[in-house]
Design a protein around this ligand. Structure first.
Ligand code: MG
Length: 170
């Protein structure tokens, strides 16, 4: 059984994943409003992935006989000055999520909750990937800063991203 401390921490993380989903939907809408179709697509996929992250945690808490209590989702920013600003915020946000996951791992370890520690490995690895992907896009955006043609090319490339459901080892 999950300890109360572990269950509460997982519930907080479920809220954080849903907040991430909301943030990325907001970025997708802002990009769409400004004509960046590719960036809008990239963030729309992020939106789906964050919902998947929340669902994975929800399924896990239920599998352990725990209780999920959904908390309100805080408001998110709705406009960004440039795609560069949007991706800078994304990297900062993902770095924050990484520290949240690390903190969950620490609690699981303190609670000697080996099943939760095992489940969290997927999230630890996912965060490495998330940060790397966003850093790569940020590097590209920095390279072409000021070039509309460069931005056009990046937007086109991000438009090719396709959603795939996460494969989580049970
Ligand atoms: Mg996530």
């Amino acid at each position: 059984m999950l300890s109360t401390k572990m269950q509460d921490a997982l519930n907080v993380q479920i809220n954080a994943e849903l907040w991430s989903a909301y943030l990325y939907l907001s970025m997708s809408l802002d990009a769409s409003n400004k004509g960046y179709k590719g960036i809008a697509n990239w963030f729309a996929i992020q939106f789906k992935e964050e919902q998947d992250h929340a669902q994975i945690l929800i399924d896990y808490v239920l599998a352990r006989g725990g209780k999920v209590a959904l908390a309100p989702i805080e408001a998110v920013q709705t406009e960004w000055d440039t795609p560069l600003a949007m991706f800078s915020d994304t990297l900062a946000h993902e770095q924050k999520v990484t520290s949240l996951i690390d903190n969950l791992c620490r609690i699981a370890s303190e609670e000697k909750d080996f099943a939760t520690s095992s489940k969290l490995v997927w999230f630890v690895n996912e965060q490495v990937e998330e940060e790397e992907n966003v850093r790569d896009i940020l590097d590209q955006l920095s390279m072409v800063e000021g070039s509309k043609m460069g931005l056009y090319m990046i937007d086109k490339e991000l438009g090719a991203r396709v959603y795939t459901a996460p494969s989580v080892a049970e």
